[in-house]
Design a protein around this ligand. Structure first.
Ligand code: GLP
Length: 262
């Protein structure tokens, strides 16, 4: 586990983008798992910038998004398909047919979820998964209590999540009650994972996820069982961590070795 802590959100966004860039440079046909929410927006801005400056190409990259609201069409401004198009895909040289977001209108959602998992497998699995974290510790939409072995499925959203996400809708009643999300087990199969968190509001849950016990009550704590995770945290999101000195020491060691240490 690597924990990168910087003063500002801008700094962690730059560093997260540098990591994503290095992985695409190494493997131009990288299979990238993507997240929505405000946390990865800075990362996406930096990737768009790199693409504009022709420092990085997404032509061969494939993407799979973590989740989608159930009941929203892709052209709904609050759908995650719309979010991804508006905040990343429309601004980079990616082939849109290589971008996958769960279908929030799938009538037979059980069949759809199996199909989505199958597509990930067919693509060779996710090489690098980008994550944010919900204020209740969810990754994707894996609400507290999600099995740590869960797969892509329909999930009922927690009241806290509905509350958190109501700021994007006209009123709380418009927030969908269900979503389709990759499971915790699906996410853990990614070969590498990065998690971005910023702001004081995330400090408690970030500490639980990184330094607390592994529990289905904090889905992100399951990442402790993954061998290759990097957390990008701003100072505020890191403020309740107990082992900051050690994380700094590891970073210094990485500097002197010229290599990432997980
Ligand atoms: C949503 C998404 C998550 C995201 C979370 C946090 O619930 N399903 O993938 O991590 O929100 O959002 P934010 O980054 O805006 O705090």
């Amino acid at each position: 586990m690597r924990v990168i802590i910087r003063k500002t959100y801008e700094e962690i966004s730059v560093e997260a983008a540098a990591l994503v860039r290095s992985r695409i440079e190494k493997k131009p046909n990288l299979v990238l798992g993507l997240a929505t929410g405000s946390s990865p927006l800075g990362l996406y801005k930096n990737l768009i910038d790199m693409n504009r400056k022709k420092l990085l190409s997404f032509k061969k990259v494939r993407t799979f998004n973590l989740d989608e609201y159930y009941g929203l069409k892709g052209d709904h401004p609050q759908s995650y398909r719309y979010f991804m198009d508006a905040n990343l895909f429309n601004h980079i040289d990616i082939d849109r047919t290589r971008t996958m977001v769960p279908d929030g209108t799938a009538k037979n959602w059980e069949e759809f979820c199996l199909w989505y998992e199958e597509q990930i497998k067919k693509a060779g699995g996710i090489d690098l998964q980008v994550l944010g974290i919900g204020s209740d510790g969810h990754i994707g939409f894996n609400e507290p209590g999600s099995s740590l072995a869960s797969r892509t499925r329909l999930i009922a959203l927690d009241a806290q999540t509905i509350e958190d996400n109501s700021r994007f809708f006209e009123d709380r009643n418009q927030v969908p009650r269900f979503a389709i999300t990759m499971g915790v087990g699906t996410i853990l199969e990614a070969k590498e994972i990065i998690l971005i968190a910023n702001g004081k509001k995330k400090a408690g849950v970030v500490a639980q996820a990184i330094e607390g016990p592994v529990t289905s009550l904090v889905s992100a704590s399951a990442l402790q069982m993954h061998p290759k995770v990097t957390y990008f945290l701003d100072k505020e999101a890191a403020s309740e961590l107990k082992r900051i000195d050690y994380y700094k020491l590891v970073e210094e060691a990485e500097g002197s070795l010229g290599k990432e240490i997980f």
